[in-house]
Design a protein around this ligand. Structure first.
Ligand code: SF4
Ligand code: MG
Length: 314
């Protein structure tokens, strides 16, 4: 049984500009122990998908199962237990750290909400997490503004780990950090994964980070997953023209140039092109692509692509 799965998941919003189809029919699975990357340009629906899986946003249609339990329609009360098991790490932890509270208070709060232990037990849980994520012991008496970006992300990670989660949705966790700090935080996530037996859904617009970090990758375009494969397959044999265009933008001297970098603008999720939603930017688009939506199909075990010509291109 997968740790989490979604089928035909949709998250639509009514806006003045019409219906925003941010997540528009996603199938995904994260197995226990896996790190699954979710990549795509900003605005393609990655964050909304992450929040929908946590039920921070309500889905419009489809189904989410966590460890076999249908959590699509659980009310907030019954969601509380699931929330302990699925946590989220954000790009900018500072935005979610209350500036008037010490790190100790911030980290103790979720333990109080979930009635996890007596006050001394809670303080000892906080102290041990603070040490595990590599913050100094006196961090608990200090305030968020006293920390650097990398340290704040360590605080964000500590907060996500407090309740012993099984899955962490990491939404661009290193995108705001300097390169040298990025590596430190990614290494910390790898260590914590081993230590806590975690699984990750790792959202990033940066393919080079995903390549380093993930077992399997989902490529998302305008609300849909258009290609999924294990990391190695995706890099050695990308089949979707969008995946190829994203990769062409990543410098890699060992790889012959396979495609031109992506041109054109990402269409609005309120105005998704008919047929293949990528056809307005695809160098290989044909008449068929303008009218017929390609099925997200398996081209070999573990490798799925939504493109009419996925088998023929090389
Ligand atoms: Fe391009 Fe057509 Fe494939 Fe869509 S289905 S990615 S437009 S070739
Ligand atoms: Mg985002």
């Amino acid at each position: 049984m997968p740790l989490i799965s979604a089928s035909n998941l949709k998250t639509h919003y009514k806006t003045r500009d019409g219906l925003l189809r941010s997540v528009d029919g996603v199938d995904l699975v994260v197995e226990r122990g896996e790190t699954v990357g979710l990549v795509g340009e900003s605005g393609c629906g990655k964050s909304t998908l992450g929040k929908t899986l946590l039920r921070l946003v309500d889905p419009t249609a489809g189904r989410i199962e966590f460890k076999g339990e249908d959590i699509t329609a659980l009310d907030q009360g019954r969601l509380r237990n699931v929330r302990k098991s699925i946590q989220m790490i954000f790009q900018d932890p500072f935005a979610s750290l209350n500036p008037r509270h010490t790190i100790g208070e911030i980290l103790e709060a979720p333990l109080i909400v979930h009635q996890a232990g007596s006050p001394p037990e809670r303080r000892s849980t906080v102290a041990s997490i603070v040490a595990k994520v590599g913050l100094p012991a006196d961090a608990i008496n200090r305030y968020p503004h006293e920390f650097s970006g990398g340290q704040r992300q360590r605080i964000g990670i500590a907060r996500a780990l407090l309740l012993n989660p099984e899955l962490i949705v990491c939404d661009e966790p290193v995108s705001a950090l300097d390169l040298s700090i990025q590596a430190q935080i990614l290494n910390l996530l790898v260590e914590m994964k081993k230590e806590f037996g975690l699984s990750y859904l790792f959202i990033s617009h940066d393919l080079s980070v995903v390549r380093y970090f993930c077992d399997r990758v989902l490529v998302m375009y305008l609300g849909r997953v258009v290609e999924s494969a294990d990391n190695e397959t995706l890099w050695s044999d990308p089949r979707h023209p969008y995946t190829r265009a994203l990769m062409a933008a990543v410098p890699d001297p060992s790889r012959p140039r396979q495609a031109a970098p992506l041109g054109g603008e990402l269409p609005s999720p309120s105005n998704i092109p008919p047929g293949c939603r990528f056809h307005t930017r695809c160098p290989l688009a044909t008449e068929l692509c303008r009218v017929a939506e390609p099925e997200f199909r398996s081209i070999k075990p573990g490798h799925r692509v939504a493109c009419h010509v996925a088998d023929h291109i090389n």
